[in-house]
Design a protein around this ligand. Structure first.
Ligand code: TXA
Ligand code: MG
Length: 323
């Protein structure tokens, strides 16, 4: 039986943070802002709380979750840090980078967080509200993006409420997310080999510069399939057509850069990829609301470099055939 839970909207002030931490400590689900997207948080040590994340999102499978921590000392208690991990964490944490690392046997996490694997995904978010919540709660917080499974990730508290009100205890409102795309995920084996598992808010080029060599790319036969790796994901209701230099009759056009006169919205009129990333999910939602049933959203071409790679990755998933 599914009974609706009253979902509190909390201000990002000391009182709201205290309430959010208290709800987490009681096994509650609290959505909170990070610089990438809003996360749906639960105590990563509490099996029931973690299981409720999957239930609230309607996730079809127990995919492993990212564990959010306030500082590197907390991260070291959960995972081993091969040299490459030390280097990337030193350069990019806190920030929009998730590292998948060898799990310490004594980490104390619910096995649901890692889906029973011997690796764990860790992230130190840079957002001040996320950090304040993690410090106040004082434990590891498992958090996928705070959207129903398969839908567009939320970059504002209102998006979270649209998708999950009645299924979670609270949303901590920290305004719009700066980066607007999920974190880049890099896996690092015990031997130090680094593999790109998901492009995201930290450009791949910047990571490769730091390591001094290219990242391996995930093979098709990878043992763990991340939902970000499935065909259709981040899906709006409307159909999507990519690489649209102009709209066809009846289409709504989502522009990028100058020269998109007649576009219903523009991801970045000046052609700035950082601005486009920050706007992506918000604009997709707004265009979806504008679209009539069956209408197609045509999206202007986005250059395939820097954050453009992650933007195109998300757009290709949004355009993929629906299951
Ligand atoms: O920016 C982000 O990363 C946001 C914010 C809230 O931190 N979180 C997010 O979580 O995007 P989620 O669950 O939507 O995506 C996490 C991805 C999934 O594709 C999952 O399969 C992968 O991380 N993942 C988690 N643990 C893993 C592991 N041990 N090995 C491989 N992939 C893992
Ligand atoms: Mg997600």
């Amino acid at each position: 039986m599914n009974r609706a839970i009253p979902t509190e909207t909390l201000k990002a002030d000391p009182q709201g943070l205290a309430r959010a931490a208290e709800l987490l400590a009681r096994g509650g689900l609290v959505a909170f802002p990070t610089e990438t997207v809003y996360g749906l948080g639960a105590d990563a040590r509490d099996d029931t709380a973690v299981a409720r994340i999957f239930e609230a999102k309607g996730r079809p499978r127990f995919n492993p979750l990212i564990v959010h921590l306030p500082d590197i000392a907390a991260a070291r208690r959960i995972a081993l840090f091969p040299d490459a991990a030390e280097r990337l964490a030193g350069a990019f944490w806190p920030g929009p980078l998730t590292l998948v690392l060898p799990l310490r046997p004594d980490a104390g996490l619910s096995p649901l967080v890692t889906a029973g694997n011997d690796t764990v995904a860790l992230r130190l978010p840079a957002h001040a509200v996320a950090r304040a919540l993690l410090v106040r709660f004082g434990g590891p917080v498992a958090a996928p993006s705070a959207n129903p499974s398969g839908k567009v990730s939320p970059t504002r508290a209102e998006h979270v409420a649209e998708g999950l009100a009645g299924r979670i205890e609270a949303v901590l409102d920290g305004g719009a997310c700066d980066v607007g795309l999920e974190s880049t995920i890099v896996g690092i084996g015990a031997d130090g080999a680094a593999t790109l598992l998901r492009p995201g808010g930290l450009p791949v080029e910047v990571i490769e510069d730091c390591l001094g060599h290219p990242l391996a790319r995930r093979g098709e036969d990878a043992a763990i399939s991340a939902p970000g790796q499935l065909g259709s994901h981040y899906a709006p209701e409307a159909g999507i057509r990519l690489e649209a230099r102009a709209p066809r009759a009846g289409e709504l056009w989502l522009g990028f850069g100058p020269g998109c006169e007649g576009a219903a919205m523009n991801l970045s009129p000046g052609g700035d990829l950082v601005e486009a990333a920050a706007n992506l999910f918000h604009h997709l939602r707004a265009m979806d609301a504008l679209a009539q049933t069956g209408q197609v959203i045509a999206v202007a071409p986005i250059p395939e470099h820097g954050l453009g790679r992650a933007i195109n990755d998300r757009l290709r998933r949004a355009a993929a055939p629906r299951p």
